[in-house]
Design a protein around this ligand. Structure first.
Ligand SMILES: Nc1ncnc2c1ncn2[C@@H]1O[C@H](COP(=O)(O)OP(=O)(O)OP(=O)(O)O)[C@@H](O)[C@H]1O
Length: 253
C-alpha cells in the first residue's frame, strides 16, 4: 500500500465562511476511503479544492508533486479524476465513444468522434470491468442511471486516473447495483486510491476500508468503520442530525 495523495491543513474560505477548516487527509492505494459527514460538512468542497475547482490554502501533494495553484486540467493529467453527483457523460455518443474520448488525449476531434471498428485494448478492458461490454454501441443517454455512473468511472480509468474521487456514486441505485459498484470500487482500489463521498451508511459499512468523518469543515474522526462508528463524537453528530430531523418531522406533521 502506497500513499497516493496527501492533503495538509486545507482551508477553503467563501467570503469569510470557512467551508473547509484545516483538514488533513491521506489517500492510500489499496483502500476505498469513505468521506462522510452531515450536509454542509465540507466534503464536496474538499474534493473541489483537491481537483482545482476551489481556491484553498494548505498543501495537496501527489507522488511528491505539490498541486496547489495548478490548473484543473494539469491536476487531471497528474492522475486525479473525479465524478459528480450527476453523471457527466456525452449523452449522444455511444458508451464506447465516451470511453474512447476519455482515453484519447492527443487525437483529433474528428477521429475521436468517428465510430471505430476496432476499439483500443484499454477501452475493451474497461468496458468489461465496468460491466458495459454489451452496451458498447448504446448511446450513453439511454443508459440506466447506475450504468451512467459506471461509465463515468470507466472514463476515469481509461484516462489513467490513479486517484478517483467519487461523489455519491450509488445515489439512485438499487441493491444489486450498489453491491456491484462496491465490488467494482474494491477492484479498482487494488492498484489505485479511491475516495467516496457518501451519505449511505449501509454502503459505507459494507465497503469502506477507511472512513474520515467531516463536520463543520474539520475532521471529526478517522479510522476503520468500527472505530468511527464507536466514536461518541461521531454518534453525537449523527444522532444530533437525526433528532433535529425528528423534531422537524414532528413540527410539520
Ligand atoms: N461556492 C460557494 N459559496 C459559498 N458557500 C459555499 C459554496 N460552496 C459550498 N458552500 C458552503 O460550504 C459548506 C460546505 O458545503 P459542501 O457542499 O462542501 O458540503 P458537503 O459536506 O459536501 O454537503 P452535502 O453532503 O450536502 O453535499 C456549506 O455550508 C455550503 O453551503
Amino acid at each position: 500500500m502506497t500513499t497516493a495523495l496527501t492533503c495538509t491543513n486545507i482551508h477553503v474560505d467563501f467570503d469569510g465562511f470557512k467551508a473547509v477548516n484545516g483538514v488533513d487527509l491521506t489517500l492510500d492505494r489499496g483502500e476505498v476511503h469513505f468521506l462522510i459527514g452531515p450536509n454542509g460538512a465540507g466534503k464536496t468542497t474538499l474534493v473541489d479544492a483537491v481537483t482545482g475547482l476551489a481556491k484553498y490554502s494548505g498543501s495537496v501533494v501527489k507522488d511528491g508533486v505539490e498541486l496547489r495553484g495548478k490548473k484543473v486540467h494539469h491536476i487531471a493529467r497528474r492522475g486525479i479524476g473525479r465524478t459528480f453527483q450527476t453523471a457527466t457523460v456525452f449523452e449522444q455518443l455511444t458508451v464506447a465513444q465516451n470511453l474512447d474520448i476519455a482515453a484519447g488525449a492527443g487525437r483529433s476531434p474528428w477521429s475521436l468522434l468517428r465510430r471505430r471498428t476496432v476499439l483500443p485494448d484499454n477501452v475493451v478492458a474497461v468496458l468489461e470491468q465496468i460491466g458495459l461490454a454489451g452496451q458498447a454501441q448504446t448511446p450513453a443517454g439511454i443508459l440506466a442511471h447506475g450504468q451512467k455512473q459506471w461509465l463515468e468511472i470507466g472514463m476515469l480509468l481509461v484516462g489513467d486516473a490513479d486517484v478517483l474521487l467519487l461523489d455519491e456514486p450509488i445515489a439512485g441505485m438499487g441493491h444489486e447495483e450498489r453491491d456491484t459498484t462496491g465490488r467494482l470500487l474494491h477492484e479498482i482500489a487494488e492498484t489505485r486510491a479511491v475516495a467516496v463521498v457518501e451519505h449511505d451508511m449501509d454502503f459505507m459499512r459494507a465497503f469502506a476500508s477507511r472512513v474520515t468523518v467531516l463536520h463543520a469543515g474539520a475532521v471529526l474522526a478517522s479510522g476503520s468503520v468500527d472505530e468511527v462508528s464507536n466514536d461518541p463524537r461521531v454518534q453525537e453528530v449523527y444522532l444530533g442530525a437525526s433528532h433535529e430531523q425528528e423534531a422537524i418531522d414532528a413540527a410539520t406533521a
